[in-house]
Structure formats: C-alpha cells, structure tokens
Write a protein that binds this ligand. Sequence first.
Ligand SMILES: [Zn+2]
Length: 235
Amino acid sequence: MASSTAGLTELSRTTFIQTSVSRKRVCSLQTALHDSAAFLDCYCFLEFAINYLLHVDNEDRLLILTGLAHLEKHTCLRFVPRTIEKDFVLVQHGSPGSGYFSEVGRVGGRQILNLEPRLVDNSRFGTVVHEFIHAIGYFHEQSRTDRDDFVTINWDNILPDLEHNFDKYSADEVDPHGVPYDYGSIMHYPPRGFAIDPDVDTIIAPPGVTIGQRARMSERDIAKVNNMYNCSAKI
Ligand SMILES: [Zn+2]
C-alpha cells in the first residue's frame, strides 16, 4: 500500500501552498465495503465517527467545535473526541507563520491539522471547515480533472516553484462523486493565490463568477461529502 504524504498549507486568506500531494486515491465508503483491494488502498475514514483531539487555546476551541457542528449539521459525519482510538485528527496550533494545513483523508494513526495560533477568530470559521474537509478526504475543487472546462490557470502570474499548487489530478485521485464543478465550493482557491502580481488573477473564472469563499459549505460541497460517505444509506 502506498504511503501517504499529503499536506496542504494555506499561509494566508489569499495565499495557498500545497506542499505535497498523496497519490493514494480517494474512495467512497461503498467502494471500500465491496472491493477488498480498494479497501486496502482506501483514503477515507471508514467510520462515520471521526475522532479528533484539540491541542489549541480555549478561546479557539469554540470556533473549531462550531466548524465541526457545521459539518455534522449537513452530513452524516460525526466528530468524536479521541480517547484511545488509533486513527485521529490532531488539531494543533503551529508556530506563527506555519500556515493552515491538513493531510487529505485518513492516513493512519495521528494526523495533523494545523492552525496558526491566535488567528482562529470568527473569520476563520470557513478555514476550519475547509481543513476538516481535507481531513475527511477531499482535495481542492480546482484540482479536479475537468477544471480546465471551468477556469483558466494564468501560469505566467504564479510565483516560481509554486506552480504545483495548480496541478490537476485524475478522477481516481480527485473523485467529484458525481457532483458538477463548483465555483462556490469552500474548497476552491481564491482568484489570486500565489500571484506574482497581487492585482492579477492566477485562477481566471468567467465574468461575474466568485471563487474562493470561506463562509460555509456550498450545496455541492454538502452533496460531495454525503456521496463520498454514502450518507443517504445511513441517515
Ligand atoms: Zn486547502
């Protein structure tokens, strides 16, 4: 089974760095239960209850729990404080400037979801949700196989050595779970991440289309997560 080294770093509200990407594929719970080979290479948490441990200041705890409540409200996922479980998400405060990042999907054992200290204010609610959606197995929306049909990558304005952040992946790696491309996804980059010229887009969307919102899960985000975890059969 291939090892996973996924890590996603988001350094500011408009700057995102994908440090590395696992090549393991994301699978649905349905696939995992009916295909033993896929089970061994499965990417998702196989239980609907995802265990977590918070190593953060008390003042940030409420915001994080509010983010988890948002996910629970709209999906069949349930987030449970870790006691002795082997696989769990450790939510930690990294050092200042360490960024916001999460491994993608279950990697086995302890996996890190990093938040910068003392920056988890209310405006970061969407960032918390975004990072937890990575943790449960979903990549960025603009990593989809079909993204060139919807946005244009302005390669000339991307900071050197950061072009990999705009890679796209096969449907096996970024499975949209039957949901159309979503400009309004909480998992979509904003228009000017990694820009050389901060006044020029790196991701060009059609006129009048907004990308990069971090307010809430979109309807299509909700559908993707529920499809990924086969929630319709469980709730
Ligand atoms: Zn991200």
